[in-house]
Design a protein around this ligand. Structure first.
Ligand code: PMP
Length: 394
């Protein structure tokens, strides 16, 4: 069949460029040690930054959630799928983020991908007088949200506040939306959020912050990037994901209640999908208890200590980390082939680190992406650093 032949040819093209992605079937819970093909691996590739994905307290809350609410929501939120568990979670999240927002309200989504589509389409769609200013290294979901919004999207260079200032000043749009990752997912660096917010306030623009990798890990209480930088503003629209540090799944938008009401009424990725299982929302209450309590603070401190340890162990060595201070610790390799060869060499020695290639990162900047978790020990990180030192470049 010609249709299949065309797809096969395209797949062959990916093969030839070493861009074929393979899934591995993990036989155990998300943790530093996982079983794959019956073999134990020490994994440094999950986003389970606080080690909550297999936490007994969350597991117990999930079971209780199933007993209370069953396994499925049965409908979309605006029909009959909006459970009390969703309402209580949204109230809790709004309260948690309220030190940083004005008249905070929160909205729970099935995934962060959908939350980002919803924010950009909900705020902008159908309005030709809106311009979105998108950071060059933004996550794919923000790029896709901009496309779906069918409005003008201008990309500003990575972390370049001066360039953004010029672009905002030159824009005649009546609604301006600046959108950025807080922690860049493939580099681990932080966006200059206070400077971006100052610009947004000056130009009467929204600042949409995608804190997928900051929520739970940054800030004294785990409130994320806004707490880390001590930010507070009516211009902020905050997106936090709940499947990474929070250890469960889904995401939320927290913003002024008028923004949230607009999303409920207009955002198609919110309206036209089945609500996430209420048991997830119930389990997330336990996650927030851990994140905001002493245990969360201890886990964040341990994670920071591991980041420092990894940097210390690789200092002045052959393999150089990017200067990231977060749990995301990439080593830039460059070529796709070499990156995948090095990832395979680590895998051979029982260490699982992701090899990241285009289009996830720009061509020529393929990398090993190490992610640390509070569930790792100092010994785990020592073994990682020692094994990296054994790698040879071709
Ligand atoms: N934003 C960023 C920066 C991300 O890294 C991700 C997930 N990789 C998302 C959004 C999407 O979140 P989710 O996985 O919950 O869909």
């Amino acid at each position: 069949m010609e249709l299949l032949a065309k797809l096969e040819q395209q797949l062959q093209g990916l093969h030839d460029q070493n861009l074929i992605r393979k899934r591995r079937s993990v036989e155990t819970a998300c943790a530093p040690r996982v079983m794959v093909d019956g073999r134990e691996l020490l994994a440094f590739c999950s986003n389970d930054y606080l080690g909550l994905a297999a936490h007994p307290r969350l597991a117990q809350a999930m079971q209780q959630g199933v007993e209370l609410y069953g396994t499925g929501s049965g409908a979309s939120h605006l029909i009959s799928g909006h459970s009390r568990a969703h309402t209580l979670l949204e109230q809790r999240l709004a309260e948690f983020l309220s030190p940083h927002l004005v008249q905070a309200q929160a909205l729970y989504f099935c995934t962060g991908y959908m939350a980002n589509l919803a924010v950009l389409t909900g705020l902008a769609v159908g309005d030709k007088d809106t311009e979105i200013f998108s950071e060059a290294l933004n996550h794919a979901s923000l790029i896709d949200g901009g496309r779906l919004a069918r409005t003008k999207v201008s990309v500003y260079p990575h972390a370049d506040v001066a360039a953004l200032d010029e672009m905002l000043a030159a824009s005649s749009a009546s609604t301006k939306i600046v959108v950025t990752d807080s922690v860049f997912s493939m580099d681990g660096d932080l966006a200059p959020l206070p400077a971006l917010l100052a610009l947004c306030e000056q130009h009467d623009a929204w600042l949409v912050v995608d804190d997928a990798h900051g929520f739970g890990t940054l800030g004294e209480n785990g409130r994320g990037a806004l707490e880390h930088f001590g930010m507070h503003s009516p211009n902020l629209v905050y997106v936090g994901t709940l499947g990474k540090a929070a250890g469960v799944g889904g995401a939320f938008v927290a913003a002024h209640r008028t923004v949230v009401e607009t999303l409920i009424q207009r955002a198609r990725p919110y309206i036209f999908t089945t609500a996430a299982p209420p048991a997830l929302a119930h389990a997330l209450q336990a996650s927030l208890d851990v994140i905001s309590g002493d245990e969360g603070r201890e886990r964040r401190a341990h994670l920071q200590a591991l980041v420092a340890q990894l940097h210390d162990s690789l200092r002045l060595k052959r393999w150089q980390l990017l200067p990231s201070q977060t749990a995301i610790q990439p080593i830039i390799i460059g070529e796709n082939d070499e990156t995948m060869r090095l990832a395979a060499a680590l895998y051979e020695q029982g260490i699982w680190v992701g090899g990241i290639r285009p289009p996830t990162v720009p061509a020529g900047s393929a990398r090993l992406r190490i992610t640390l978790s509070a569930a790792h020990t100092a010994d785990d990180v020592r073994r990682l650093a020692d094994t990296i030192q054994t790698l040879e470049r071709t």
